[in-house]
Design a protein around this ligand. Structure first.
Ligand SMILES: [Zn+2]
Length: 323
């Protein structure tokens, strides 16, 4: 027999406003018990206790009370700038609370389509769109820091460009057409991944070099297929290389390329849901993918949601509305 819930009598008479307040207190508590913080103020106290001045960069600002929502306020000792612990982060000026953001971070970790993300998080499509771009802003340039070392593997994968301006909807051309966008994908033996948009159609040597050379430390060993555009890159990076002919019946080829092939297929699986997305965002999706790939590797040491929230709070980034 089901026992009567003693709180039913308490919840039923609440008016809409009271019920909203109760719901948000319940969500905050759930979030706090799962992740260690229930509000922006609590998360900022953990991950951003002492932010530098957003105007002049001076560290260790003076404390200056709290905002209405409990955020620590600061005043810069040098330029006098007054700010709070969310200033300069993508969580600044958010009208929704931390539990809604945590929910959104989680659906973005699984790459749920935007409509579904909006529905699941109880936000509008427009808000979901903006939040996704806010998150993308925090991984802008994220891959710039990644440099492959020792043995690494290089390959390309292609996605359809569904942008009408590139002829989507016209008769499909045979073979590799300009409708496809090339993504160069590489991973080193330490499992550092790189995924860079190289442009439409087959990559030229120059575009391959521009895309990948900044990510390669001098002198490692590069395993790749005999794609022509790799030659210049390999010479300029001073790599020794092991080129295998792309032959799926060759066990040596299969073994050597397995790591980069897996990464290519994960990326393809990750991108397929974005059929119809703007190609301008493709590199942002790849940055976010690479970021998550590394977060996942460390997930035993550091739970993923907490890690991403810390990243959002410690990265100076701003969402620039294109409208
Ligand atoms: Zn200052």
């Amino acid at each position: 027999m089901t026992r009567a819930n003693p709180y039913e009598g308490f919840v039923s008479p609440l008016d809409a406003g009271e019920f909203r307040s109760l719901s948000s207190a319940v969500s905050e508590r759930e979030c706090r018990e799962r992740h260690g913080f229930g509000t922006f103020a609590e998360a900022a106290a953990i991950y951003r206790p002492n932010p530098p001045c957003p105007r002049c960069g001076l560290p260790d600002p003076g404390r200056d009370g709290f905002t209405d929502s409990g955020l620590q306020r600061f005043e810069c000792r040098s330029c006098g700038c007054r700010f709070n612990s969310l200033t300069g982060t993508v969580l600044e000026h958010s009208k929704k609370g931390m539990p809604t953001w945590v929910g959104f971070v989680n659906v973005m970790r699984f790459n749920v389509p935007l409509d579904a993300a909006a529905e699941l998080c109880g936000i509008t499509h427009q808000t979901a769109f903006e939040w996704r771009h806010r998150i993308f802003a925090t991984v802008d340039g994220y891959q710039d820091k990644i440099v492959l070392r020792d043995t690494s593997w290089l390959d390309e994968t292609y996605v359809n460009d569904t942008d009408l301006s590139h002829g989507y909807g016209e008769a499909r051309k045979r073979g590799l057409s300009k409708q496809k966008v090339c993504i160069a994908v590489a991973i080193d033996v330490h499992k550092n991944p790189v995924a860079v948009v190289i442009g439409h159609g087959k990559p030229s040597s120059r575009r391959m070099e521009e895309g990948m050379l900044p990510h390669i430390a001098p002198g490692p060993h590069m395993v790749h297929d005999r794609e022509k555009s790799h030659g210049v890159l390999i010479r300029k990076a001073g790599l020794t290389d092991e080129a295998h002919k792309a032959d799926v019946r060759d066990p040596e080829y299969l073994e050597g390329m397995q790591m980069v092939n897996s990464l290519c297929s994960w990326i393809k699986r990750y991108l397929w849901r974005f059929n119809g997305m703007s190609m301008d965002n493709l590199q942002s999706y790849l940055n976010w993918y690479v970021y998550l790939f590394r977060v996942k590797q460390a997930s035993e040491r550091w739970p993923e949601t907490e890690r991403v929230v810390r990243h959002l709070l410690t990265t100076a980034a701003r969402y620039r509305s294109s409208t």
